[in-house]
Design a protein around this ligand. Structure first.
Ligand SMILES: Cc1cc2nc3c(=O)[nH]c(=O)nc-3n(C[C@H](O)[C@H](O)[C@H](O)COP(=O)(O)OP(=O)(O)OC[C@H]3O[C@@H](n4cnc5c(N)ncnc54)[C@H](O)[C@@H]3O)c2cc1C
Length: 467
């Protein structure tokens, strides 16, 4: 019986890839609701020299998840297409925040840690040193805002962490769990009283890091900070799709699963009234809320847990202007929520990856504040007007774009609010206790980045093959 992967985003495609490596002779079918694979990864080309990324635009090469993705990229034969940004590039060294009507560069060098850089009122090193004496608070979990303002001070949380959370998951740092981005630091505080003490202990106790090889080693030597592909991010899902198809994995598009039932050791997937597929194991890579919808009739408690992981809407406005309009090259800027400006941030795509002499920008809007700012169903025209208004105010860009694209991404980024880890643990426990032939991977559970979801797929396949 064929194993079934539900969802053809990057995590579903990765699950298919790892299955083909681990269980090469095993029949596998990937089923996707829409008419394409790739999920949120979508690169649109208004001209040959311009790429509008609708979803993710860069990947980090660092850490085991980063090395894992690079090894996948190498195996797919995409090495030559990788476009890295190294440490000395302005897009790596100049990240800004927009505070009180001005753009401020964030500290990015050793020297800058010792000087006061607005919007901060002290040198960065003073915030970091606060951790040495700040009192420990014993908690199971807390918001990343509370944690960082306790350990490093309010300004640190306000101007560094809150905009960072807007940039990473379009969320509110006052709600998002500290474990989302600072799990290790939180554990250090809980175990040793401060992050610095934990770091010191770790220096002596840490096991040797895994030796890097291939592209991951090259990335470290060349000091890559982030990367994309010459032809845009969609290169990766396209290559994965090509690879799995060659391995004989069936990819079925336009098939939305509407009900998933478990009968003894078997899973039955229903696609409307007419089509049903049976399997001895389902790997679900679809958003947890969508999985909750399809299992709710038979497993209401599981559905309740799955749908309690909420996602936010994001409006993405891509714009292409003639000529060079950016005066301070950099990655772009983020806006702390406290500023009450109706955008999350702007990415300077043409600084990151110059493909011509023109300017390409992406304005991110909404997220946690989408409905509050724009209502339930804003028009694309209105969102474009807001985005252009902010580009005028902040960057002085008045001219008409030669191309633009407005996309409203519904429920596109899950929010790992306080208690998320516990919820995920309960979901897994329910699946294990009830012996459901089901594994879950993708952005809803163990990290929202491209690296995280690829690794989540790899782990699910490894667990399955070890059974
Ligand atoms: C605007 C934006 C910017 C981002 N920027 C970055 C970035 O710069 N770097 C980074 O690392 N990450 C970034 N991310 C995060 C990253 O892109 C996503 O977390 C990742 O692409 C999610 O992949 P996935 O396969 O888990 O889910 P998805 O991409 O959501 O794929 C799930 C698939 O399942 C299908 N599906 C859903 N329900 C059903 C059903 N019932 N039956 C069949 N199929 C179904 C969907 O159609 C979809 O194709 C960004 C995300 C967004 C939205």
């Amino acid at each position: 019986m064929s194993k079934i992967i539900l969802g053809g985003g990057i995590s579903g495609l990765s699950a298919a890839y790892y299955l083909s490596k681990t269980l090469p002779k095993h029949p596998v079918t990937l089923v996707e609701a829409s008419n394409r694979v790739g999920g949120w990864i979508k690169s649109f080309k208004p001209t040959n020299e311009v790429i509008f990324e609708q979803g993710p635009r860069t990947i980090r090469p660092t850490g085991p998840p980063g090395a894992n993705t690079l090894s996948l990229i190498e195996d797919l034969g995409l090495t030559d297409q990788v476009l890295p940004i190294t440490a000395s590039h302005p897009a790596a060294s100049n990240r800004m925040v927009y505070v009180e009507g001005k753009l401020h560069s964030l500290p990015s060098s050793i020297v800058s840690l010792f000087t006061t850089q607005k919007p901060f009122t002290k040198p960065m090193v003073r915030y970091l040193m606060r951790d040495l004496y700040a009192a420990r608070k014993r908690v199971e979990d807390e918001s990343i805002y509370d944690f960082t303002s306790r350990r490093f001070g309010e300004e640190f949380a306000e101007y560094l962490i809150a905009p960072l959370i807007c940039g990473v998951c379009a969320g509110d740092a006052k709600e998002v769990s500290v474990k989302f981005l600072m799990k290790k630091q939180f554990e250090y505080e809980q175990a040793y009283g401060s992050i610095s003490k934990g770091l010191l202990r770790n220096v002596f106790q840490a096991s040797k890091p895994e030796a890097l090889q291939g592209l991951a080693l090259r990335a470290r030597k060349e000091r890559w900070r982030i990367y994309s592909f010459g032809n845009g991010m969609e290169t990766l899902p396209e290559a994965l799709s090509g690879y799995i198809t060659k391995q004989g994995i069936g990819v079925v598009l336009n098939s939305k699963c509407t009900r998933l039932e478990f009968v003894q050791n078997e899973a039955q997937l229903h696609f409307g009234e007419s089509k049903t597929l049976k399997t001895n194991h389902v790997i679900s890579s679809i958003p947890s809320a969508s999985l909750g919808e399809v299992v709710k009739h038979q497993h209401p408690r599981l559905a309740e847990l799955l749908t309690s992981i909420k996602s936010v809407n994001v409006a993405v406005v891509n714009l292409h202007y003639k000529g060079q309009l950016i005066r301070r090259p950099g990655f772009g800027f983020l806006v702390p929520p406290k500023e009450n400006v109706p955008i999350l941030g702007v990415i300077y795509d043409s600084c990151c990856f110059p493909r011509s002499k023109d300017t390409v920008l992406t304005v991110m809007m909404g997220g946690k504040w989408f409905e509050q700012l724009f209502g339930e169903d804003p028009s694309e025209d209105y969102l474009l007007q807001v985005a252009r208004g902010q580009l005028h105010t902040i960057l002085g860009i008045k001219q008409e774009p030669v191309h633009f694209k407005v996309s409203i991404l519904q429920k596109c980024i899950p929010q790992y609010v306080v208690g998320h880890d516990e919820k995920v643990r309960e979901i897994q426990e329910y699946i294990d206790t009830n012996k459901l032939p089901l594994s879950v991977c993708g952005a809803s559970y163990h990290g929202v980045g491209v690296n995280d979801v690829i690794l989540s797929a790899k782990k699910v396949v490894r667990n399955l093959s070890e059974r």
